[in-house]
Design a binder for this molecule. Structure first.
Ligand SMILES: Cc1ncc(COP(=O)(O)O)c(C=O)c1O
Length: 482
Protein backbone atom coordinates (compact mmCIF):
# COMPACT_ATOMS: atom_id res chain seq x y z
CA UNK A 1 0.00 0.00 0.00
CA UNK A 2 2.20 2.78 -1.22
CA UNK A 3 1.69 6.02 -3.07
CA UNK A 4 3.81 9.04 -3.74
CA UNK A 5 3.80 12.70 -2.90
CA UNK A 6 4.33 15.39 -5.54
CA UNK A 7 7.31 17.71 -5.17
CA UNK A 8 5.06 20.78 -5.27
CA UNK A 9 2.88 19.43 -2.44
CA UNK A 10 5.85 18.48 -0.30
CA UNK A 11 7.39 21.90 -0.90
CA UNK A 12 4.14 23.53 0.17
CA UNK A 13 3.97 21.44 3.36
CA UNK A 14 7.64 22.06 4.10
CA UNK A 15 7.31 25.85 3.90
CA UNK A 16 10.20 27.89 5.16
CA UNK A 17 12.90 26.05 7.07
CA UNK A 18 16.10 26.78 8.96
CA UNK A 19 18.98 27.21 6.52
CA UNK A 20 21.91 26.86 8.89
CA UNK A 21 22.67 24.43 7.38
CA UNK A 22 19.83 23.99 4.89
CA UNK A 23 20.07 20.19 4.57
CA UNK A 24 19.58 19.74 8.31
CA UNK A 25 16.72 22.28 8.47
CA UNK A 26 15.00 20.48 5.60
CA UNK A 27 15.56 17.05 7.17
CA UNK A 28 14.11 18.30 10.48
CA UNK A 29 11.05 19.71 8.77
CA UNK A 30 10.45 16.49 6.83
CA UNK A 31 10.92 14.45 9.99
CA UNK A 32 8.23 16.49 11.77
CA UNK A 33 5.87 16.12 8.82
CA UNK A 34 6.31 12.34 8.77
CA UNK A 35 6.22 11.90 12.56
CA UNK A 36 3.15 14.12 12.81
CA UNK A 37 1.28 12.21 10.11
CA UNK A 38 1.01 15.10 7.66
CA UNK A 39 3.08 13.04 5.27
CA UNK A 40 2.01 9.42 5.39
CA UNK A 41 4.24 6.45 6.04
CA UNK A 42 5.19 4.32 2.99
CA UNK A 43 4.99 7.18 0.51
CA UNK A 44 7.57 7.60 -2.21
CA UNK A 45 9.26 10.98 -1.76
CA UNK A 46 9.87 13.13 -4.87
CA UNK A 47 13.12 12.60 -6.71
CA UNK A 48 15.98 14.73 -5.42
CA UNK A 49 15.96 16.70 -8.64
CA UNK A 50 12.21 17.47 -8.51
CA UNK A 51 12.29 18.53 -4.87
CA UNK A 52 15.35 20.71 -5.39
CA UNK A 53 13.54 22.52 -8.23
CA UNK A 54 10.32 22.89 -6.19
CA UNK A 55 12.19 24.28 -3.22
CA UNK A 56 14.69 26.35 -5.21
CA UNK A 57 17.69 24.74 -3.47
CA UNK A 58 20.60 22.66 -4.67
CA UNK A 59 20.22 18.99 -5.41
CA UNK A 60 23.07 18.20 -3.02
CA UNK A 61 21.08 19.77 -0.18
CA UNK A 62 18.12 17.48 -0.87
CA UNK A 63 20.45 14.46 -1.22
CA UNK A 64 21.98 15.21 2.18
CA UNK A 65 18.56 15.86 3.75
CA UNK A 66 17.25 12.51 2.47
CA UNK A 67 20.39 10.81 3.77
CA UNK A 68 19.82 12.39 7.20
CA UNK A 69 16.19 11.20 7.15
CA UNK A 70 17.29 7.66 6.30
CA UNK A 71 19.91 7.82 9.05
CA UNK A 72 17.23 8.87 11.57
CA UNK A 73 14.89 6.07 10.47
CA UNK A 74 12.26 8.32 8.85
CA UNK A 75 12.92 7.13 5.31
CA UNK A 76 14.35 4.13 3.51
CA UNK A 77 16.01 4.12 0.11
CA UNK A 78 14.84 1.31 -2.18
CA UNK A 79 17.26 0.29 -4.89
CA UNK A 80 16.17 1.71 -8.22
CA UNK A 81 12.81 2.90 -6.94
CA UNK A 82 13.39 5.93 -4.74
CA UNK A 83 13.18 7.01 -1.12
CA UNK A 84 10.14 6.04 0.96
CA UNK A 85 8.88 7.50 4.20
CA UNK A 86 8.85 5.26 7.25
CA UNK A 87 8.89 5.48 11.03
CA UNK A 88 11.86 4.45 13.13
CA UNK A 89 11.37 0.88 14.31
CA UNK A 90 8.67 0.25 11.69
CA UNK A 91 4.92 0.67 11.58
CA UNK A 92 4.11 -1.94 14.18
CA UNK A 93 5.74 0.15 16.90
CA UNK A 94 2.67 2.34 16.64
CA UNK A 95 0.33 -0.40 17.89
CA UNK A 96 -0.17 -1.95 21.29
CA UNK A 97 0.50 -5.69 21.45
CA UNK A 98 -2.54 -6.54 23.54
CA UNK A 99 -4.86 -4.79 21.08
CA UNK A 100 -3.53 -5.71 17.68
CA UNK A 101 -4.49 -9.25 16.83
CA UNK A 102 -1.54 -11.61 16.59
CA UNK A 103 -1.90 -12.90 13.10
CA UNK A 104 1.83 -12.50 12.79
CA UNK A 105 1.30 -10.52 9.61
CA UNK A 106 2.60 -7.05 8.89
CA UNK A 107 -0.18 -6.71 6.35
CA UNK A 108 -2.93 -6.70 8.98
CA UNK A 109 -5.53 -3.93 8.64
CA UNK A 110 -6.76 -3.35 12.15
CA UNK A 111 -10.26 -1.93 12.18
CA UNK A 112 -11.09 -3.35 15.59
CA UNK A 113 -10.27 0.00 17.15
CA UNK A 114 -12.35 3.01 16.13
CA UNK A 115 -9.69 5.63 16.71
CA UNK A 116 -7.88 7.67 14.06
CA UNK A 117 -4.15 8.36 13.93
CA UNK A 118 -2.90 11.67 15.30
CA UNK A 119 -4.24 14.84 13.71
CA UNK A 120 -1.71 16.72 11.64
CA UNK A 121 0.15 19.29 13.66
CA UNK A 122 0.40 17.11 16.78
CA UNK A 123 4.16 16.66 16.62
CA UNK A 124 4.61 20.41 16.20
CA UNK A 125 2.36 21.12 19.20
CA UNK A 126 4.41 18.72 21.31
CA UNK A 127 7.64 20.38 20.19
CA UNK A 128 6.30 23.86 20.91
CA UNK A 129 4.76 22.96 24.29
CA UNK A 130 8.24 22.26 25.65
CA UNK A 131 8.69 26.04 25.73
CA UNK A 132 5.75 26.36 28.16
CA UNK A 133 7.09 23.81 30.61
CA UNK A 134 9.72 25.84 32.55
CA UNK A 135 6.95 27.96 34.08
CA UNK A 136 5.66 24.90 35.91
CA UNK A 137 8.88 23.24 36.96
CA UNK A 138 9.22 25.22 40.17
CA UNK A 139 5.91 23.88 41.51
CA UNK A 140 5.04 20.34 42.64
CA UNK A 141 3.60 19.31 39.28
CA UNK A 142 0.42 17.97 40.93
CA UNK A 143 -2.78 19.42 39.48
CA UNK A 144 -5.59 17.17 40.71
CA UNK A 145 -8.28 19.28 39.03
CA UNK A 146 -6.18 20.16 35.98
CA UNK A 147 -3.80 22.81 34.74
CA UNK A 148 -5.67 26.14 35.04
CA UNK A 149 -4.75 27.06 31.46
CA UNK A 150 -6.31 23.85 30.17
CA UNK A 151 -9.41 24.10 32.39
CA UNK A 152 -9.91 27.56 30.95
CA UNK A 153 -9.41 26.37 27.36
CA UNK A 154 -11.91 23.53 27.87
CA UNK A 155 -14.47 25.80 29.56
CA UNK A 156 -14.26 28.10 26.52
CA UNK A 157 -15.25 25.26 24.21
CA UNK A 158 -18.53 24.96 26.14
CA UNK A 159 -19.06 28.72 26.13
CA UNK A 160 -18.63 28.60 22.36
CA UNK A 161 -21.33 25.89 22.19
CA UNK A 162 -23.75 28.04 24.16
CA UNK A 163 -23.26 26.34 27.53
CA UNK A 164 -21.68 28.86 29.90
CA UNK A 165 -19.00 27.09 31.93
CA UNK A 166 -16.54 28.18 34.61
CA UNK A 167 -13.04 26.66 34.57
CA UNK A 168 -13.72 25.34 38.11
CA UNK A 169 -16.40 23.06 36.70
CA UNK A 170 -13.75 21.17 34.72
CA UNK A 171 -11.75 18.25 36.09
CA UNK A 172 -8.99 17.13 33.72
CA UNK A 173 -8.38 13.36 33.60
CA UNK A 174 -6.63 10.93 31.23
CA UNK A 175 -9.47 10.39 28.75
CA UNK A 176 -13.25 10.00 28.73
CA UNK A 177 -13.10 6.48 30.12
CA UNK A 178 -11.19 7.75 33.16
CA UNK A 179 -13.76 10.50 33.40
CA UNK A 180 -16.51 7.89 33.58
CA UNK A 181 -14.64 5.96 36.26
CA UNK A 182 -14.27 9.10 38.37
CA UNK A 183 -17.97 9.86 38.01
CA UNK A 184 -18.97 6.26 38.77
CA UNK A 185 -16.80 6.21 41.90
CA UNK A 186 -18.12 9.59 42.93
CA UNK A 187 -21.84 9.03 42.35
CA UNK A 188 -22.58 5.35 42.76
CA UNK A 189 -23.01 3.25 45.87
CA UNK A 190 -22.68 -0.53 45.67
CA UNK A 191 -25.60 -2.13 43.84
CA UNK A 192 -27.02 1.14 42.58
CA UNK A 193 -28.51 0.78 39.15
CA UNK A 194 -27.02 2.46 36.08
CA UNK A 195 -28.80 2.75 32.75
CA UNK A 196 -26.66 2.07 29.68
CA UNK A 197 -27.35 1.94 25.96
CA UNK A 198 -27.35 -1.39 24.17
CA UNK A 199 -25.56 -1.53 21.83
CA UNK A 200 -23.17 0.84 23.53
CA UNK A 201 -19.55 1.41 24.44
CA UNK A 202 -18.38 -1.81 26.14
CA UNK A 203 -15.60 -0.29 28.25
CA UNK A 204 -18.09 2.22 29.61
CA UNK A 205 -20.30 -0.68 30.68
CA UNK A 206 -17.31 -2.42 32.27
CA UNK A 207 -16.29 0.74 34.17
CA UNK A 208 -19.75 1.11 35.67
CA UNK A 209 -19.91 -2.57 36.59
CA UNK A 210 -16.51 -2.40 38.28
CA UNK A 211 -17.76 0.53 40.31
CA UNK A 212 -20.41 -1.80 41.73
CA UNK A 213 -23.38 -0.78 39.58
CA UNK A 214 -26.06 -3.14 38.36
CA UNK A 215 -26.55 -2.30 34.71
CA UNK A 216 -29.91 -1.99 33.03
CA UNK A 217 -29.94 -1.72 29.25
CA UNK A 218 -32.05 0.62 27.16
CA UNK A 219 -32.21 -0.72 23.60
CA UNK A 220 -30.89 1.46 20.78
CA UNK A 221 -32.47 1.14 17.36
CA UNK A 222 -30.45 1.36 14.18
CA UNK A 223 -32.34 4.61 13.73
CA UNK A 224 -31.72 6.05 17.17
CA UNK A 225 -32.97 6.19 20.73
CA UNK A 226 -36.19 4.49 21.71
CA UNK A 227 -37.37 6.95 24.33
CA UNK A 228 -40.45 4.90 25.20
CA UNK A 229 -38.14 2.05 26.15
CA UNK A 230 -35.91 4.46 28.09
CA UNK A 231 -38.99 5.72 29.94
CA UNK A 232 -40.01 2.18 30.90
CA UNK A 233 -36.50 1.27 32.08
CA UNK A 234 -36.15 4.46 34.10
CA UNK A 235 -39.54 3.99 35.71
CA UNK A 236 -39.00 0.32 36.45
CA UNK A 237 -35.39 0.38 37.66
CA UNK A 238 -34.98 3.90 39.09
CA UNK A 239 -31.32 4.12 38.06
CA UNK A 240 -28.99 6.45 39.94
CA UNK A 241 -27.34 7.51 36.67
CA UNK A 242 -27.85 7.09 32.94
CA UNK A 243 -24.76 6.79 30.72
CA UNK A 244 -25.73 8.33 27.38
CA UNK A 245 -23.68 8.94 24.21
CA UNK A 246 -25.80 11.43 22.25
CA UNK A 247 -23.18 12.54 19.70
CA UNK A 248 -22.41 9.91 17.04
CA UNK A 249 -23.03 7.08 19.45
CA UNK A 250 -20.52 4.25 19.57
CA UNK A 251 -21.20 1.91 17.75
CA UNK A 252 -24.33 3.05 15.85
CA UNK A 253 -23.15 6.54 14.85
CA UNK A 254 -26.56 8.01 15.76
CA UNK A 255 -26.94 11.68 16.68
CA UNK A 256 -29.66 12.63 19.19
CA UNK A 257 -31.87 15.53 18.06
CA UNK A 258 -32.63 18.56 20.24
CA UNK A 259 -36.20 17.37 20.74
CA UNK A 260 -35.01 13.96 21.91
CA UNK A 261 -32.46 15.54 24.24
CA UNK A 262 -35.16 17.64 25.80
CA UNK A 263 -37.48 14.67 26.22
CA UNK A 264 -34.71 12.38 27.50
CA UNK A 265 -33.57 15.01 30.04
CA UNK A 266 -37.13 15.47 31.29
CA UNK A 267 -37.57 11.69 31.75
CA UNK A 268 -34.40 11.47 33.82
CA UNK A 269 -35.22 14.58 35.85
CA UNK A 270 -38.59 13.12 36.88
CA UNK A 271 -36.89 9.95 38.12
CA UNK A 272 -34.02 11.77 39.89
CA UNK A 273 -31.54 10.02 37.57
CA UNK A 274 -28.28 11.89 36.85
CA UNK A 275 -27.44 12.05 33.13
CA UNK A 276 -23.79 11.15 32.50
CA UNK A 277 -23.22 12.34 28.97
CA UNK A 278 -20.26 11.03 26.99
CA UNK A 279 -19.33 13.57 24.29
CA UNK A 280 -16.20 11.79 23.04
CA UNK A 281 -17.24 12.15 19.38
CA UNK A 282 -18.79 15.61 19.66
CA UNK A 283 -16.26 17.40 17.42
CA UNK A 284 -16.58 14.86 14.60
CA UNK A 285 -19.51 16.31 12.66
CA UNK A 286 -18.90 15.51 9.01
CA UNK A 287 -21.63 17.56 7.34
CA UNK A 288 -22.29 21.27 7.29
CA UNK A 289 -25.42 21.13 9.44
CA UNK A 290 -25.29 22.62 12.94
CA UNK A 291 -24.91 20.29 15.91
CA UNK A 292 -27.74 19.97 18.42
CA UNK A 293 -27.26 21.77 21.74
CA UNK A 294 -25.18 20.05 24.41
CA UNK A 295 -27.33 17.62 26.43
CA UNK A 296 -26.45 19.60 29.59
CA UNK A 297 -28.27 22.61 28.10
CA UNK A 298 -31.47 20.63 28.78
CA UNK A 299 -30.29 19.07 32.05
CA UNK A 300 -28.42 21.44 34.38
CA UNK A 301 -27.62 18.53 36.72
CA UNK A 302 -25.90 16.56 33.91
CA UNK A 303 -22.31 15.46 34.22
CA UNK A 304 -20.57 15.67 30.85
CA UNK A 305 -17.50 13.67 29.80
CA UNK A 306 -15.19 15.01 27.12
CA UNK A 307 -12.00 13.86 25.43
CA UNK A 308 -9.44 14.81 22.81
CA UNK A 309 -8.81 11.16 21.93
CA UNK A 310 -11.03 11.07 18.88
CA UNK A 311 -10.78 14.66 17.74
CA UNK A 312 -6.96 14.90 18.05
CA UNK A 313 -5.24 11.74 19.28
CA UNK A 314 -5.79 8.91 21.77
CA UNK A 315 -2.13 9.06 22.73
CA UNK A 316 -2.59 12.46 24.33
CA UNK A 317 -4.69 10.83 27.07
CA UNK A 318 -6.50 14.07 27.79
CA UNK A 319 -10.15 14.04 28.78
CA UNK A 320 -12.31 15.76 31.35
CA UNK A 321 -15.45 15.89 33.43
CA UNK A 322 -17.70 18.96 33.30
CA UNK A 323 -20.02 18.99 36.28
CA UNK A 324 -22.33 21.33 38.19
CA UNK A 325 -20.41 23.42 40.74
CA UNK A 326 -22.10 21.55 43.60
CA UNK A 327 -20.54 18.23 42.54
CA UNK A 328 -16.95 19.37 42.13
CA UNK A 329 -15.74 18.48 45.64
CA UNK A 330 -17.35 15.03 45.53
CA UNK A 331 -15.76 14.22 42.17
CA UNK A 332 -12.35 15.61 43.13
CA UNK A 333 -12.44 13.36 46.22
CA UNK A 334 -13.26 10.37 43.99
CA UNK A 335 -10.49 11.29 41.59
CA UNK A 336 -7.90 11.56 44.32
CA UNK A 337 -8.64 8.02 45.37
CA UNK A 338 -7.58 6.94 41.86
CA UNK A 339 -4.78 9.27 40.78
CA UNK A 340 -3.42 12.69 41.60
CA UNK A 341 -3.57 14.44 38.28
CA UNK A 342 -2.72 14.16 34.61
CA UNK A 343 0.77 14.77 33.22
CA UNK A 344 1.57 18.49 32.98
CA UNK A 345 3.24 18.21 29.59
CA UNK A 346 0.27 16.62 27.83
CA UNK A 347 -2.01 19.24 29.36
CA UNK A 348 0.20 21.97 27.92
CA UNK A 349 0.07 20.32 24.52
CA UNK A 350 -3.71 20.04 24.79
CA UNK A 351 -4.10 23.71 25.75
CA UNK A 352 -2.11 24.72 22.67
CA UNK A 353 -4.11 22.43 20.41
CA UNK A 354 -7.43 23.69 21.77
CA UNK A 355 -6.43 27.28 21.10
CA UNK A 356 -6.30 26.34 17.41
CA UNK A 357 -8.91 23.63 17.49
CA UNK A 358 -10.93 24.74 14.48
CA UNK A 359 -8.06 24.32 12.05
CA UNK A 360 -7.12 20.90 13.49
CA UNK A 361 -10.70 19.74 13.52
CA UNK A 362 -11.58 20.91 10.04
CA UNK A 363 -8.59 19.03 8.60
CA UNK A 364 -9.60 15.96 10.58
CA UNK A 365 -13.20 16.18 9.44
CA UNK A 366 -12.23 16.53 5.80
CA UNK A 367 -10.10 13.41 6.05
CA UNK A 368 -12.73 11.40 7.89
CA UNK A 369 -15.43 12.47 5.44
CA UNK A 370 -13.39 11.20 2.48
CA UNK A 371 -12.66 7.95 4.32
CA UNK A 372 -16.30 7.47 5.37
CA UNK A 373 -17.45 7.96 1.78
CA UNK A 374 -14.78 5.64 0.36
CA UNK A 375 -15.76 2.93 2.83
CA UNK A 376 -19.46 3.35 2.04
CA UNK A 377 -18.82 3.11 -1.72
CA UNK A 378 -16.60 0.05 -1.33
CA UNK A 379 -19.17 -1.71 0.85
CA UNK A 380 -22.02 -0.89 -1.52
CA UNK A 381 -20.05 -2.27 -4.44
CA UNK A 382 -18.63 -5.38 -2.84
CA UNK A 383 -21.39 -6.24 -0.36
CA UNK A 384 -24.56 -4.72 -1.83
CA UNK A 385 -26.92 -6.63 0.45
CA UNK A 386 -25.35 -5.28 3.64
CA UNK A 387 -27.29 -2.39 5.16
CA UNK A 388 -25.96 0.67 6.90
CA UNK A 389 -26.89 4.32 7.35
CA UNK A 390 -24.35 6.93 6.47
CA UNK A 391 -23.76 8.65 9.82
CA UNK A 392 -23.58 12.45 9.99
CA UNK A 393 -20.36 12.11 11.94
CA UNK A 394 -18.26 9.97 14.23
CA UNK A 395 -15.92 7.21 13.21
CA UNK A 396 -17.76 4.04 12.13
CA UNK A 397 -20.37 2.40 9.97
CA UNK A 398 -22.69 0.08 11.85
CA UNK A 399 -23.50 -2.59 9.31
CA UNK A 400 -26.36 -5.05 9.38
CA UNK A 401 -25.62 -8.36 7.67
CA UNK A 402 -28.29 -10.08 5.60
CA UNK A 403 -30.04 -13.01 7.32
CA UNK A 404 -28.07 -16.15 6.97
CA UNK A 405 -28.90 -19.45 8.58
CA UNK A 406 -25.44 -20.45 9.71
CA UNK A 407 -23.16 -17.42 9.49
CA UNK A 408 -23.13 -14.37 11.72
CA UNK A 409 -20.87 -11.49 12.67
CA UNK A 410 -18.71 -13.56 15.02
CA UNK A 411 -17.99 -16.10 12.28
CA UNK A 412 -17.30 -13.28 9.88
CA UNK A 413 -14.88 -11.47 12.19
CA UNK A 414 -13.00 -14.72 12.92
CA UNK A 415 -12.68 -15.49 9.20
CA UNK A 416 -11.75 -11.89 8.40
CA UNK A 417 -8.94 -12.03 10.91
CA UNK A 418 -7.51 -15.06 9.12
CA UNK A 419 -7.49 -12.83 6.04
CA UNK A 420 -5.66 -10.03 7.84
CA UNK A 421 -8.43 -7.65 8.66
CA UNK A 422 -9.74 -7.16 12.18
CA UNK A 423 -13.28 -5.92 12.82
CA UNK A 424 -15.54 -5.99 15.88
CA UNK A 425 -18.69 -8.07 15.80
CA UNK A 426 -22.00 -6.77 17.20
CA UNK A 427 -22.03 -8.93 20.37
CA UNK A 428 -19.03 -6.95 21.72
CA UNK A 429 -21.35 -3.94 22.07
CA UNK A 430 -24.43 -5.70 23.41
CA UNK A 431 -25.20 -5.57 27.11
CA UNK A 432 -26.72 -9.03 27.29
CA UNK A 433 -25.50 -10.84 24.18
CA UNK A 434 -27.15 -10.84 20.77
CA UNK A 435 -26.52 -8.44 17.87
CA UNK A 436 -24.69 -11.14 15.92
CA UNK A 437 -26.08 -9.71 12.70
CA UNK A 438 -24.07 -6.49 13.07
CA UNK A 439 -20.45 -5.49 12.59
CA UNK A 440 -18.81 -2.15 13.25
CA UNK A 441 -16.42 -0.93 10.58
CA UNK A 442 -14.53 2.25 11.43
CA UNK A 443 -13.36 4.58 8.67
CA UNK A 444 -10.28 5.60 10.58
CA UNK A 445 -7.66 4.41 8.05
CA UNK A 446 -6.70 5.84 4.64
CA UNK A 447 -9.00 5.12 1.70
CA UNK A 448 -6.79 2.56 -0.04
CA UNK A 449 -6.52 0.54 3.19
CA UNK A 450 -10.28 0.69 3.64
CA UNK A 451 -10.86 -0.56 0.09
CA UNK A 452 -8.40 -3.39 0.64
CA UNK A 453 -10.12 -4.19 3.95
CA UNK A 454 -13.53 -4.38 2.25
CA UNK A 455 -12.12 -6.76 -0.39
CA UNK A 456 -10.90 -9.03 2.36
CA UNK A 457 -14.13 -8.74 4.34
CA UNK A 458 -16.12 -9.58 1.20
CA UNK A 459 -13.92 -12.66 0.72
CA UNK A 460 -14.48 -13.64 4.34
CA UNK A 461 -18.26 -13.16 4.05
CA UNK A 462 -18.34 -15.27 0.92
CA UNK A 463 -16.37 -17.99 2.70
CA UNK A 464 -18.56 -18.10 5.82
CA UNK A 465 -21.81 -17.97 3.90
CA UNK A 466 -20.87 -20.47 1.21
CA UNK A 467 -18.43 -22.69 3.04
CA UNK A 468 -19.17 -25.29 5.71
CA UNK A 469 -20.76 -24.07 8.95
CA UNK A 470 -18.10 -22.20 10.90
CA UNK A 471 -18.77 -24.03 14.17
CA UNK A 472 -15.15 -25.06 14.56
CA UNK A 473 -13.63 -21.63 14.08
CA UNK A 474 -11.58 -20.54 17.07
CA UNK A 475 -12.60 -17.13 18.29
CA UNK A 476 -10.26 -15.20 20.45
CA UNK A 477 -11.51 -12.58 22.81
CA UNK A 478 -9.25 -9.62 22.96
CA UNK A 479 -8.95 -6.24 24.52
CA UNK A 480 -10.88 -3.52 22.73
CA UNK A 481 -10.33 0.11 23.61
CA UNK A 482 -12.28 2.28 21.26
C1 LIG B 1 -18.08 6.61 23.67
C2 LIG B 1 -16.66 6.50 24.10
N1 LIG B 1 -16.28 6.93 25.31
C3 LIG B 1 -15.01 6.84 25.73
C4 LIG B 1 -14.03 6.30 24.94
C5 LIG B 1 -12.64 6.22 25.47
O1 LIG B 1 -11.97 7.36 25.11
P1 LIG B 1 -10.72 7.96 25.86
O2 LIG B 1 -9.54 7.60 25.02
O3 LIG B 1 -10.99 9.43 25.90
O4 LIG B 1 -10.66 7.37 27.23
C6 LIG B 1 -14.37 5.83 23.68
C7 LIG B 1 -13.38 5.22 22.81
O5 LIG B 1 -13.71 4.69 21.80
C8 LIG B 1 -15.72 5.94 23.25
O6 LIG B 1 -16.10 5.52 22.04
Amino acid sequence: MTGSIAASRLAMLTGDFDRSPAYSGLADRLRLLIAGGRVEVDLRLPSERDLSVALGISRTTVTRAYAALVEAGYAAARQGSGTYTRLPGGRRQAFDRSLTPHTGSDDLIDLSCAAPPAASGLATAYAEAAADLPLYLDGTGYFPTGLPALQQAIAETYDARGLPTEPDQILVVPGALSALMVVAQGLLRARDRALVESPGYPNGHAALRRAGARLVGAPMDVDGWDLDAVGRVVKGAGPQLAYVIPDFQNPTGNLMSNAQREQYAALLRRAGTVPVVDESHQALRLDGRPMPKPFAAFAPDAVTLGSLSKSLWGGLRVGWVRCPVGLVDQLVAARIAMDLGSPVFEQLVAARLLAERESHWSARRERLRAQRDALAVALSERLPDWRFRLPRGGLSLWCELPDHHHAGALDLSAEAELRDVAISAGPAFALDGGLDSFVRIPYTRPEDELRAAVDRIAGAWDAVTHGPAAAGTTRRTRVMVA
